[in-house]
Design a protein around this ligand. Sequence first.
Ligand code: ADP
Ligand code: MG
Length: 305
Amino acid sequence: MSESSAYVHSVASTPIAPSDKAQILAQALPYIRKFHGKTMVIKYGGNAMTDPALQKAFAEDVVLLKLVGIKPVVVHGGGPQIESALKRLGKKGEFIQGMRVTDAETMEVVEWVLGGEVQQDIVGLINQAGGKAVGLTGRDGAMIRAQKLKMLDQIDPSIEHDVGQVGDIQSVDPAVVQALQDDAFIPVISPIGFGENNESYNINADVVAAKLATVLKAEKLLMLTNISGVLDKSGNLLTDLSSRQIDALFADGTISGGMLPKIAGALDAAKSGVHAVHIVDGRVPHVLLLEILTDQAFGTMIRSH
Ligand code: ADP
Ligand code: MG
């Protein structure tokens, strides 16, 4: 064993004194009281979704939040899982401005993988941790109506990109989510919408989470990702961002790929009345508990102005 791993091991296994444990638990009280009965929309993505220890910690956190009277709603992504399913079929995923180009065959894969495999894995993990999760896609309860996304080029808006069956949300009816929340259930939502002719749309999960948070008048929107938060040009963490700072980061190309729809959604939610919007590091075990029930802050907070 190397010196550093021996160090990590000894720190991790150091017992916490009972008085410290009591203090830590007691410090959660004001947060539990403040957030009791409030809705929190959690975008589950990044490493937290693929690492077994992080998956388990995530499911436990969601169940604990529910048991103390908070109403968690989980919206999941599944980029890596879609990628590996496409690879098995000999297809390669392609992205334009952070959106997956979705032809008919890719759409089928997205529906199986997100609405089937990934969703049911999350439902299973939450149930194993003692919760009652219910999986839904945007079709269930006629929740997410969408149309084909018209994607204009970020630099030259006279150019339009065809990204196939990527959906632009037209409306969200949260009735089914509310009905489940009012009961003992934890909704787990796959980002798939339906169109006027019953066609399916693949919608970026960050965009769905942001819209749901707005429609549900959520207290918080937390987006778990595979990075410490939004980084500046030199790779430093930006702990909070205003709308004007975001415009500048878009304009100079600091924000790219999957961070584009994430920040756009986060800003929309913040401007539409969601009190706290955070992009957080899903690689930190129990980041949900730390973020919601302690005074610790992780990642980037998005301000409404
Ligand atoms: P998720 O599963 O969380 O949606 P994405 O890959 O879609 O993950 O989005 C997160 C990725 O966005 C990061 O891993 C990073 O590669 C990319 N990214 C682009 N610009 C930035 C930036 N300025 N700060 C942080 N991440 C960025
Ligand atoms: Mg993404």
